[in-house]
Design a binder for this molecule. Structure first.
Ligand code: ZN
Length: 307
């Protein structure tokens, strides 16, 4: 089951505690329909449970004869889709009158109380929305039938701290949320607490994974620097060895130079621990610098004088 399906399953199971909220759900279904009341179909969904629930809600509250149509016209491997329809034109007219459809503005009576606003948004996301798998991306969107209604719902959401943004895809107005906290707040607001918790869990795992990745990248970078520095040190020591022999080095540098040649992969700290008289990491660093300076002087001395 996709995250979107989980959200919808949870929302569909919620029972409205008050009659006012049932009306708000019904209103969400009708006002955001793209074709209704001119067309028979109110909305189409992949979930038979959702279609049945809303057809029953419509029949129960308004005594409208609503049917659920199964659409098998799509490709065989795709799941069938279910449309909730009101076939009788006179019934559609009655509904249009009762709910002031189509209207560019929301009818305040249906979204007056906080409980009803939550139910209204629940209806919108259940029937006209989708939530992307948070493993992939934080994104929740609701398709609006036109710009005016999208704006109205955007403003309604703002009053409840839901900061929807509006965009268009293929000429269709879309309300969307992009930030994980915003999506969490929205899902909690509409009553999908299980989905909210799941999203939070996924977010924690994702953040941990990012942290580990960052740390690994950092370690790799440091390792790269260590290897690079070691290669330079080994080249310097070899130069001294070939031209003057390691005895040329001061006594305190000889042992370290030999250890470095034998252990090019070791860190400074590891080299420090190998010395017969252990010194600090910075002490090793200082001695290696002196070795390199010695090599540099030898190289310069071997260059023919230009004057
Ligand atoms: Zn209510």
């Amino acid at each position: 089951m996709t995250f979107n399906q989980e959200v919808k399953k949870e929302l569909c199971r919620l029972e409205s505690k008050r009659a006012c909220c049932e009306w708000a759900l019904l209103y969400a279904m009708l006002v955001f329909s793209r074709g209704f009341p001119e067309e028979e179909v109110i909305f189409t969904t992949e979930s038979k449970t959702v279609a049945d629930k809303f057809a029953q809600l419509l029949a129960g509250l308004t005594a409208t004869v609503a049917s659920v149509r199964t659409d098998f016209r799509r490709l065989k491997e795709e799941a069938p889709r279910y449309s909730v329809c009101v076939e009788e034109p006179s019934q559609r007219e009655l509904l249009a009158e009762r709910f002031s459809l189509p209207s560019p503005a929301l009818v305040p009576a249906y979204v007056e109380k906080d409980c009803c606003v939550a139910a209204f948004f629940r209806g919108l996301v259940l029937l006209y929305g989708s939530v992307t798998n948070p493993e992939r991306e934080y994104h929740l969107e609701i398709g609006a039938p036109n710009d005016q209604l999208a704006d109205q719902v955007l403003l309604l959401g703002q009053a409840y701290g839901l900061r929807f943004k509006c965009t268009h895809r293929k000429g269709i107005a879309l309300l969307y949320l992009k930030e994980s906290e915003q999506i969490e707040d929205f899902l909690t607001f509409v009553g999908a607490t299980k989905a909210t918790l799941k999203l939070m869990d996924i977010k924690i795992v994702k953040e941990m994974r990012n942290k580990v990745n960052r740390a690994t990248n950092c370690e790799t970078a440091n390792l790269g620097k260590t290897v690079e520095a070691s290669q330079t040190q080994v080249a310097d020591i070899r130069y001294i060895q070939e031209h003057r022999g390691l005895d040329y080095l001061d006594e305190d540098l000889r042992e370290l130079a030999a250890l470095r040649l034998e252990n090019p992969e070791c860190s400074l700290r590891e080299l420090a621990g190998m010395l017969s008289a252990p010194i600090s990491r910075s002490g090793v660093n200082h001695r290696l610098k002196r070795i390199s300076e010695t090599a540099q002087k030898l190289r310069e001395a071997s260059q023919p004088h230009s004057d």
